[in-house]
Design a protein around this ligand. Structure first.
Ligand SMILES: O=C(CO)COP(=O)(O)O
Ligand SMILES: O=C[C@H](O)COP(=O)(O)O
Ligand SMILES: [Zn+2]
Ligand SMILES: [Zn+2]
Length: 316
């Protein structure tokens, strides 16, 4: 069942965080739904601009509709990840999305406010909610690369002002994470101090943490011993998800980790079965392994086991 992102946030706020997982194909969708049913967790499916271009934007919508039929128990929202203004309008008009993210964080504050406000007006008129971003994460985001020196943490006073001026429904804050597999070069902890200050200025307001993959080192080691070369990778400590959730982080974005599971499964499979060229056997393994991975992340997020209570609260 597709619900609004606002419904998920209302149930989760201050108690647990909802996992927001990116998908690009049917195998990821099947693993994601299975993992969330196994762990009895609500979730958010995210579609990036790159994912919409990978096959065809209509393909992912069809895959998600089919997955919802295959897994009728599932409760989830569909979200555009890192949209520009035009893509937000396209998704708002498609009638399929629960929410969109407008990411104008690379523009100056006033420009970010103006763009976000325009998207909020269009989205709210159609009943969708809007995630905006303030501050700048390091790492790679589609075609934009921000090195560590240029990344900047969200200013709590600016965050309060930004939300007031834009009317956005949730805010992606930079609290020390970055996109991709190379997040930290030493310190490996979230800036809980900044998060606390944002929460005290924006009580009850849902915050979003991007760049939240944990980059499991055993996955990386297996990839490297099966022919890969991923050096100096480091991710977020998943034990920090729940403390962040208690401070208002309601949505935790995880994409890179799923790519690592895919790479590990396929590298190992073709290394161990050099005569094979059918992609379905490793595809089957991937779906099962991804489901296990998703369930383990939902455990860290505290979303595991929330499905029944959410279903009851939606019905009342
Ligand atoms: O923030 C993300 C998607 O918006 C994903 O972050 P990761 O690269 O850490 O998975
Ligand atoms: O933040 C970026 C997400 O991980 C999506 O990545 P993508 O733009 O390569 O699909
Ligand atoms: Zn951004
Ligand atoms: Zn992101």
């Amino acid at each position: 069942m597709i619900v609004t992102t606002a419904q998920l946030f209302k149930h989760a706020y201050g108690k647990y965080a909802v996992g927001a997982y990116n998908i690009n194909n049917a195998e990821q969708a099947m693993g994601l739904f299975q993992g969330c049913i196994d762990s009895q967790a609500p979730f958010i499916i995210q579609i990036s601009k790159g994912a919409r271009k990978y096959t065809d934007k209509r393909m992912l919508e069809a895959i998600i509709r089919s997955a919802a039929e295959i897994y009728p128990e599932a409760i989830f929202a569909v979200h555009l990840d890192h949209g520009d203004e035009q893509t937000c309008y396209d998704c708002i008009d498609s009638g399929f999305f629960s929410s969109v993210m407008i990411d104008a964080s690379h523009d100056p504050f006033e420009e970010n406010v103006a763009i976000t406000k325009r998207v909020v007006d269009r989205a709210h008129a159609k009943g969708l909610s809007v995630e905006a971003e303030l501050g700048m994460l390091g790492g790679v985001e589609e075609d934009i690369k921000v090195d560590e020196g240029n990344a900047c943490l969200t200013d709590p006073a600016e965050a309060e002002e930004f939300v007031k001026q834009t009317g956005c429904d949730s805010l992606a804050c930079a609290i020390g994470t970055s996109h991709g597999a190379f997040k930290f070069k030493g310190r490996q902890s979230l800036h809980f101090d900044v998060l606390e200050q944002i929460k005290s200025r924006l009580p009850q307001f849902p915050l979003v943490m991007h760049g939240s993959s944990s980059v499991p080192q055993d996955e990386v080691a297996r990839i490297n011993s099966a022919g890969g070369s991923i050096q100096d990778s480091m991710g977020v400590d998943p034990n920090e998800y729940l403390p962040a959730a208690k401070l208002g982080v309601t949505k935790v974005n995880i994409d890179t980790d799923g790519r690592l599971v895919w790479t590990r499964v396929h590298r190992e499979f073709f290394r161990d079965n050099p005569e094979q060229f059918d992609f379905r056997p490793p595809g089957k393994i991937f779906m099962a392994e991804y489901a296990k991975f998703i369930a383990s992340r939902n455990d860290f997020l505290g979303s595991s086991g929330q499905l029944e209570d959410l279903r009851k609260s939606l019905a009342s």
